[in-house]
Design a protein around this ligand. Structure first.
Ligand code: FAD
Length: 238
């Protein structure tokens, strides 16, 4: 798909336009990296913005929830919606208060959700949500039964109108008069990480941590070593 496909007058980034991109790969990369997003919609004239897990499959983004939920029922009716995800990459610390900023990658997708009715598609969406939380988890757990499937509504929004906005790099005052000030300036990268697993109180003795969780923790530890080795020279560009 061409870049023009996802760019529209509504998604064109006006402030700092060079930070906006509209190609599918960039939008998919941000959606895939973020576990959850905020879904905005208007209900009864009142805007709401509700955090929800999200998963992208091919050219659509999926959300799910209780069939009784207000958010789900409103979105299922096909109202106009906006799903935004944000990845916070670093604190940008300048010499002046004015130039302080944040490094980030965020994506906004506009459209309308539709209810996924097909049972095969619904099951595939469940699998995507589960594996998005923890890659490989779907094959380790009991799948949803009929009652659970019935209690859950799965919604899909085709990705046809979207934008990504990104900020990377150091503060903007290296070339200003403020560079003469004796004030530290630079970026504090933000790294999200996992801590030691906390077994469920009801977990029976002798049940070991699942391979999927082991895999995630091992990948996380390897990334932490890489980050440590990079030390202060760690780049903030992505
Ligand atoms: C990271 C994250 C992921 C989530 N993932 C999902 C998901 O995948 N599916 C899902 O159904 N729900 C999810 N939730 C819960 C979701 O945010 C809503 O609470 C839930 O969907 C019920 O929404 P509702 O509009 O039906 O609730 P209602 O109870 O009808 O909402 C009424 C009011 O309660 C307040 N409210 C509701 N939810 C929140 C909230 N999260 N934070 C603060 N105030 C709130 C708002 O003022 C709202 O207008 C998630 C929450 C978080 C934080």
């Amino acid at each position: 798909m061409s870049e023009a496909t996802l760019r529209s007058e509504r998604t064109r980034v006006r402030r700092q336009p060079t930070r906006g991109v509209y190609d599918r790969d960039s939008v998919y990369a941000v959606l895939d990296r973020a576990l959850f997003g905020h879904v905005a919609f208007v209900d009864g004239g009142q805007p709401f913005c509700i955090p929800m897990l999200q998963a992208r499959v091919v050219a659509a983004v999926y959300v799910h929830g209780s069939s009784a939920s207000r958010t789900i029922r409103t979105l299922a009716a096909g109202v106009s919606a906006c799903l935004t995800v944000t990845l916070l990459d670093g604190l940008v610390l300048a010499r002046s208060a004015f130039e302080h900023s944040a490094n980030y990658r965020s994506a906004a997708v506009l459209g309308r959700f539709e209810v996924v009715e097909d049972e095969t598609d619904r099951l595939a969406a469940f699998e995507s949500f589960t594996n998005k939380l923890l890659p490989g988890r779907w094959n380790e757990v009991r799948g949803p039964n009929q009652k659970e499937l019935k209690a859950t509504t799965i919604l899909r929004m085709a990705i046809t109108e979207a934008s990504v906005k990104t900020r990377t790099g150091p503060p903007s005052d290296d070339d200003s008069d403020d560079a003469a000030l004796d004030i530290w300036a630079g970026v504090l990268p933000i790294v999200t990480s996992f801590a030691a697993p906390e077994p469920s109180p009801g977990l029976r003795d002798g049940i070991r941590l699942s391979p999927s969780a082991h895999g995630l923790l091992a990948a996380d530890a390897a990334r932490a070593v890489l980050d440590r080795n990079r030390g202060g020279s760690r780049s903030t560009s992505h």
